[in-house]
Design a protein around this ligand. Structure first.
Ligand code: URA
Length: 477
């Protein structure tokens, strides 16, 4: 038995070197034992001499990317699982394509859980303001489900570039001094200050993003598990917010996001070519979700809290495509849950279309915005961004295979049809798309929110409802 001692729980370089060496020595997966012990040598036993005829071999980049994520999982099995996969890849080069294989499925589910933990960390870390000899510093305590502190620290550094902060976790602490990130060993919860001036700020912010119309207590607990609540000052507001929910729903419908500008639409038309993509195509919606989180096809991944992939049944007959997630969608990780989502929900209900049976997504999967004070103001996606993100929409279309795709507004029709389609001219028409689906165009709900004249607004909304009914009829026929 070869004992491999890695320097830390997330020692990917050590794992890679050890795996390469074990492989070169022909050590079978069942003969390797992996453990973590910073003090020891790499091998508990002297490694056997390399076999002279050991063939050099390479593994797909996809595997190394998967391994880089899986290693952050808390399961003790992860090192051995990865070595087993690496070993098998020599004889089974297409192994990673076999989703039903037990090792592949386990590794993919580990990777997904790690991505989810990173996503939760980005959404639920709450800083508290304290002072040290250099002035203001913000400190947060967080207990991530997996070891994702190092992975998510660059996100916080970009997001809070001008703010000195420390994120303390039991595994590792990340420190940002506005110039560089540094890491120290895990901390004790007692190191994190609990009450301070930021408390009120978080409460106000949370109250403003709370979406009363989609109130689902069970879902809320799933998205914001109770284990995170004790570190969240805003969690104390939940009972009061629930009580106010109904009245707020009415008021939300009057808020107005914006439509894509003509300039963007023209530019996007010019950019008809997809950006190159070197990753394998996803085969499930879960893979789309994970891929969107890791996407670097354009720079928008830097902007938001997370990527927002589409949501709905994998076999939905009807697909809605919007422009891009807004502020609330970015925080919730779900499409159309903010003001535009309220209009869509209301119109769907009036048109007799069950949203739960439809697939709702966007042309662009990240929230493009600029900061004005503390507010995040929507910015239109540009040509390259719409074009780069079409990879994800095309994959969603290929996996879901809806009968009908409804493009909501200009950016969506550009992405779905490859050109803008004037709603006034094309609404209520079934337009054949190359992938067998029928396309339908209608207004973007945000546009309806922005129409200033009450009569025109009501007329536009009535047409919107008619268009949804039309699309549902087509999809059900
Ligand atoms: N607007 C969109 O286009 N999509 C969303 O998900 C939310 C607002």
């Amino acid at each position: 038995m070869q004992v491999v001692r890695l320097a830390s729980e997330t020692d990917f370089t050590g794992w890679r070197e050890a795996a390469r060496s074990l492989r070169a020595h022909g050590v079978k997966p069942e003969d390797a034992f992996w453990t973590v012990d910073g003090a020891g040598d790499l091998f508990g036993e002297a490694a056997p001499a390399p076999q002279p005829d050991a063939a050099p071999f390479t593994v797909p980049r996809e595997f190394m990317e998967l391994a880089d994520t899986v290693i952050l999982h808390r399961s003790d099995e992860r090192f051995a699982l990865l070595y087993r996969l690496l070993w098998r890849l020599q004889r089974e080069p297409n192994l990673l394509r076999i989703a039903s294989d037990a090792d592949v499925a386990l590794a993919r589910s580990f990777a997904k859980q790690v991505s989810q933990a990173a996503h939760k960390m980005k959404a639920f870390v709450r800083f508290r303001q304290v002072h040290d000899e250099d002035g203001e510093i913000y400190v947060a305590w967080f207990e991530p489900a997996h070891r994702v502190t190092e992975m998510t620290a660059p996100f916080f550094a970009r997001r809070f570039a001008n703010m000195r902060f420390s994120i303390l976790t039991p595994d590792l602490c990340a420190h940002w001094d506005t110039k560089q990130l540094a890491f120290t060993p895990g901390a004790d919860p007692a190191d994190a200050p609990r009450e301070d001036a930021l408390e009120d700020y978080w409460k106000t912010y949370y109250a403003s993003i709370f979406n009363p119309a989609r109130l689902k207590t069970a879902q809320m607990q799933k998205e914001m598990p109770k284990r995170y609540w004790r570190n969240l000052p805003e969690a104390r507001l939940i009972p009061e917010l629930i009580a106010r929910a109904e009245a707020q729903t009415e008021a939300m419908v009057t808020q107005a996001p914006s439509e894509p500008s003509r300039r963007i639409v023209r530019a996007a038309q010019r950019a008809s070519r997809d950006a190159p993509y070197d990753g394998a195509a996803p085969t499930t919606l879960e893979e789309v979700w994970a891929g969107v989180q890791a996407c670097r096809r354009c720079d928008l991944w830097r902007c938001g809290t997370q990527g927002v992939a589409g949501e709905g049944p994998a076999k939905a007959r009807l697909m809605f495509v919007g422009e891009q997630p807004g502020d609330q969608e970015d925080l919730a990780g779900k499409p159309f849950v903010g003001p535009a989502g309220q209009v869509l929900d209301k119109a769907l209900a009036e048109a007799g279309v069950p949203r739960g049976e439809t697939f709702v997504t966007n042309a662009v999967k990240h929230f493009k915005h600029e900061l004005r004070g503390k507010r995040r103001i929507h910015k239109n996606p540009d040509a390259g961004e719409i074009s780069a993100c079409r990879w994800w929409l095309d994959n969603e279309r290929r996996i879901v295979r809806p009968r009908v795709i409804v493009a909501l507004g200009g950016s969506a029709s550009l992405s779905v049809f490859g050109k803008t389609m004037a709603v006034s001219k094309f609404r209520q028409q079934a337009i054949q798309l190359p992938d067998q689906a029928q396309g339908v165009v209608t207004y973007h709900p945000s546009y309806l929110l922005r129409v200033p004249d009450a009569e025109a607004k009501a007329k536009g909304y009535a047409m919107f409802v008619e268009d949804l009914r039309f699309a549902w009829g087509l999809a059900s026929g």
